[in-house]
Design a protein around this ligand. Sequence first.
Ligand code: 13P
Ligand code: SF4
Length: 312
Amino acid sequence: LDPSLDLVAEINRLRKEKNAVILAHYYQDGAIQDIADFVGDSLDLSRKAAATDADVIVFCGVRFMAEVAKILSPEKIVVLPDLEAGCSLEDSCPPDEFEAFVKARPDHIVLSYINCSAAVKGLSDIIVTSSNAKHIVNSLPKDQKIIFGPDRHLGGYLARQLGREDMVLWQGTCIVHEKFSEKELIKLKAQYPDAPVAAHPECPDNIIAHADHVGSTRDILNFSINSPADTIIVATEPGIIHQMEKAAPHKTFIGAPGADGNCSCNTCPFMALNTMEKLYLCLRDLGPEIQLDEETRVKAEKPLRRMLEMSP
Ligand code: 13P
Ligand code: SF4
């Protein structure tokens, strides 16, 4: 790329020319969040993708999120700056193994976290995100047997919180949220005794145990901005701190530490594959494009639509 190219101006020109909407997740680089038409958590981004009248959706997030956009808006061109932007939760749940797991428990309803492949969605009854999971689980009868995949930490959190201890959990994890160190977090809390901890439910239970607030990225953002405390410890991917600092510049937001005592090791390596250069290129070239075969798309659409209907 010509280094003299004004990426911001080019992206702005191209998005008009192509009638494109740029959607970004809170874990994206700050410059990408700043140029996006909309920044949100997984649920808000899927709602936006379903409702947009743009011709092109440029999804700055990971591949499963862009796939959700394509599943809900199949007539649109959906592009992702880097097609290699996967997710460890998706990787930890191969569809053929999940299918056998589900088939072995025919009397269970299958709830899947949105962080999974389109094929796994197609094996599910209802999709959930971290902002609607509690509500959706609570709307099922108490004696309803539930399989929850692929995140064992979100599943374990729901089971404990909602008294659904018999929920059958697929044993997947997010490599980013698993990196937080309880020992280092305790040290940080001792240093900032008045700072509340806001944590994402993808964190293991030994981190959740120290949290004053647990929720999706949007929930964590709202909690952190509205909390009367002037210092907040944030136990999720540190990309979200960008929006916190914009909304409450007088406050201090500290990313929860990993074993090395700082938060940079908790950057999501998949989210980080998207850059401003790749965003420009994918708008210019309208690729890489998300392609799904129609059978897979239709199967995945049903549980996603159910999620949208059941979400508060
Ligand atoms: P939410 O934005 O829905 O909280 O999801 C977090 C996440 O890990 C996305 O990959
Ligand atoms: Fe997947 Fe974890 Fe990255 Fe979210 S933070 S995209 S769950 S690997």
